[in-house]
Design a protein around this ligand. Structure first.
Ligand code: PXL
Length: 284
């Protein structure tokens, strides 16, 4: 029997389109060699064009799913995506606080890339107070970074992203990766910040088209890289590379957005291996 792969526990909502949410996490984590555990926080009704409805789960069910698997298996990394309610944030914060040595990748999902609201203002406050202080790294896009870092004194001026990052670090997370997909720049530039400022800046060719599930893919890929033992800054680079490749190989299965192909490497014809020959006469 072989050794189990590194185990990553994803707290996430179901996306019936298979583009984002727990489905994106499972595909990404498995594709990067990890065993994904999934604790479902909410169920969404959605297709590739948008979110129609959200049903958060009973918080007790969220806690029970997490406790069951945590008592059974050694988890190497936690990944948190869409949360569903303040009560769910509270129970998750409580469960993970019992495991302070497990790194946490927090994707602060506030809205879908298409603009569907996925978190209330109360949830933003709960995330800031209960989850950010426990996070190894948070992965907001620039809009999420501005909203999370918003201060009563900002009035109508939004601070520069470097200042948002400094505020988020001050709230207690160790690293902040702010992605630049939503910025009006020719390339997509992502910045990783730590206590001493920018640690790395990576720019990627902006791909045409609109994608659903890129943020979940990136955060899960970072979780997988950490579970595979990569140092954080290197893992953040590898995860961006993986995400960009999956977007470049993206496909449009329906009438809405493109989805990343998290298994792009398995479909590369030049990489395919012939099926092993068999001596079984029944099969020849
Ligand atoms: O991309 C963020 C996200 C996370 N989780 C679920 C989602 C979305 C975006 O639509 O639907 C379930």
């Amino acid at each position: 029997m072989s050794q189990p792969p590194p185990i990553v526990l994803s707290f996430a909502a179901s996306d019936s389109s298979g583009g984002a949410g727990v489905q994106a996490d499972i595909l990404t984590l498995a594709s990067m060699g990890c065993h994904p555990l999934s604790v479902i926080t909410a169920i969404t009704v959605q297709d590739t064009a948008g979110v129609d409805d959200v049903m958060p789960l009973d918080p007790e069910w969220v806690a029970d799913q997490a406790r069951a698997v945590l008592e059974d298996m050694p988890v190497h990394v936690f990944k948190i995506g869409m949360l569903g309610s303040v009560e769910i944030i509270t129970v998750i914060a409580e469960v993970i606080s019992d495991y302070p040595n497990i790194p946490l990748v927090l994707d602060p999902v506030l809205a879908s890339g298409r603009g569907d609201e996925l978190a209330s203002e109360d949830m933003v406050i709960a995330m800031r107070e209960l989850l950010l202080p426990q996070a190894t790294i948070i992965t907001p896009n620039s809009m999420e970074a501005r909203r999370l870092a918003q201060d009563d004194e900002d009035d109508y001026d939004t601070p520069p992203l470097s200042q948002c990052a400094a505020r988020l670090l001050h709230m207690g997370c160790e690293y902040v990766l702010i992605t630049g997909t939503h910025e009006n720049t020719s390339q997509v530039t992502n910045n990783l910040y730590g206590a001493d400022g920018v640690i790395r800046t990576d720019s990627w060719q902006r791909l045409p088209g609109s994608y659903h599930g890129s943020g979940c893919t990136l955060a899960s890929a970072i979780a997988a890289a950490l579970a595979n033992g990569l140092p954080l800054a290197e893992g953040v680079y590898e995860a961006q590379e993986y995400t960009w490749q999956s977007l470049k190989s993206g496909f449009r299965p329906g009438m809405g957005q493109y989805l990343p192909d998290r298994l792009f490497w398995a479909r590369d014809e030049t990489d395919t291996v012939d099926a092993p020959k068999t001596n079984d006469p029944a099969r020849n």
